[in-house]
Ligand binder design. Structure first.
Ligand SMILES: *Cc1c(COP(=O)(O)O)cnc(C)c1O
Length: 410
């Protein structure tokens, strides 16, 4: 076996691509200027680099560069989108629609808004984790100002019908935000095709640096208004004050460029390795459950032609696998397999692990949620690694199931 430990937790974060680091390096050293210092060459260099990055980020999601606001990551983008729209459109209405499988930063921003008088509808999701556009339509009232639905789920990989939900929003004249963090670089994202008005991304989820992200804010048809959530020098069109993180933004831009240019090969790589891992497990273990949409076969997908077309048809992120292993606990599997970095379906926020809100939202039992593992395949994973992980999983699960005390305590 090559290099241990093996990293299979790419939904949590990705390594910085070496080419991204190379692009950033000059802006951490010689080219240290403030992008707002327009009186000298140091400032001009920084500003030029920021504007090039803005164009590359826009290009990745089919936006115009004027529609990209740089932030400190997707949590900030999402807070700005939800709270900024809520404040700006408060005279029009006070109702926001979201759903139970969103990332915490969406749900917690909504809770915050609820405390200040907004009404929040948290829709249930279907048992594959996707949001039903007709349910969105039924939840709309004449007070609704914003709909927020994630494009792809970070735990179970479900891809919601964003284009259809966007059509519903358009028809009713309601703004539509999507958390597209897990989607970019994995499936095709075009803000115009999808009818998005706002969208949030994060560099460290696609091989860029941590602590930098962007918010797409539509500038025409309609022109979206936002109330800034941070006061200061009026950077980023008055929407996000604070000296720009130039090296971070350069890294975000380079990461976006690489996602765009290497989309096809990445897509098939993710898909192929994810399916190999799934096959290794499903052919050798009984009593396992896939959480989220079913695993599509490569044969069915190849018919779609290009990665771009294929990615529009799939219901599940190509790099995601989430499985519950009956009669086990995810903690026990992870302890037995410390050489593999993966994630469990329960968060240890307290002494007792709590099943994740996403697994609860798709209606699986607490027992199965506590027996679940999430695998997130990345660019640098190899077939050899995946085969190793498959073998180890089969051995470890088989062994745990044969230990009587384990069966009784699960
Ligand atoms: C990671 C993640 C976020 C938060 O992004 P940060 O840049 O780490 O704040 C939001 N939504 C989803 C779906 C994520 O996976």
């Amino acid at each position: 076996m090559g290099h241990l430990p093996i990293y299979l937790d790419h939904h949590a974060t990705t390594p910085l691509d070496k080419r991204v680091l190379d692009a950033m390096m000059p802006y951490l050293t010689d080219r240290f200027g403030n992008a707002a210092s327009l009186n000298h060459v140091f400032g001009w260099q920084a500003e030029e680099a920021v504007e090039l990055a803005r164009a590359d980020v826009a290009e990745l999601i089919g936006a115009d560069k004027k529609e990209i606001i740089f932030t400190g990551g997707a949590t900030e983008s999402i807070n700005l989108a939800l709270k900024g729209v809520a404040e700006a459109y408060a005279s029009k209405g006070n109702h926001i629609i979201t759903n139970a499988a969103e990332h915490r930063c969406v749900l917690d921003s909504c809770k915050h808004l609820e405390k200040s008088g907004f009404e929040i509808t948290v829709l249930p999701v279907r048992n594959d984790g996707t949001v039903d556009p007709e349910q969105v339509r039924s939840a709309i009232t004449d007070r609704t100002i914003l709909i927020s639905v994630m494009m792809a789920n970070n735990e179970i990989g479900s891809i919601s019908p964003i284009q259809k939900i966007g059509e519903v929003a358009r028809e009713k004249n309601i703004l539509f935000h999507s958390d597209i963090v897990q989607a970019v670089g994995k499936i095709r994202v075009d803000v115009n095709e999808l009818n998005l008005d706002l969208a949030s991304i994060s560099a460290h989820k696609f091989y860029g640096p941590k602590g930098v992200g962007a918010l797409f804010v539509r500038q025409k048809n309609p022109r979206v208004k936002l109330v800034a959530q941070m006061d200061g020098g009026g950077h980023e069109k008055e929407m996000r004050s604070g000296t720009l993180n130039v090296p971070g933004i350069v890294g975000l831009g380079k990461a976006a460029l690489l996602c765009k240019s290497e989309f096809d090969s990445n897509f098939w790589h993710y898909f192929n390795l994810r399916n190999k891992l799934y096959e290794a497990v499903v052919t050798q273990l009984d009593s396992i459950h896939v959480n989220g949409p079913e695993i599509e076969t490569l044969e069915a997908l190849r018919k779609a032609g290009t990665a771009n077309e294929a990615s529009k048809r799939i219901k599940r992120l190509p790099n995601n696998l989430n499985i519950s292993f009956e009669q086990t606990k995810s903690e026990s599997i992870m302890i037995a397999m410390k050489e593999v970095a993966m994630s469990s379906g329960s968060a240890c926020t307290s002494a007792l692990p709590e099943p994740s809100h996403v697994l609860r939202a798709i209606g699986i039992s607490d027992e199965l949620a506590k027996a679940s593992l999430r695998f997130g395949i990345g660019r640098t994973n190899t077939l050899e690694e995946i085969e190793f992980v498959g073998r180890r999983l089969v051995d470890v699960v088989t062994k745990l199931r044969s230990e009587p005390q384990h069966v009784h305590s699960s």
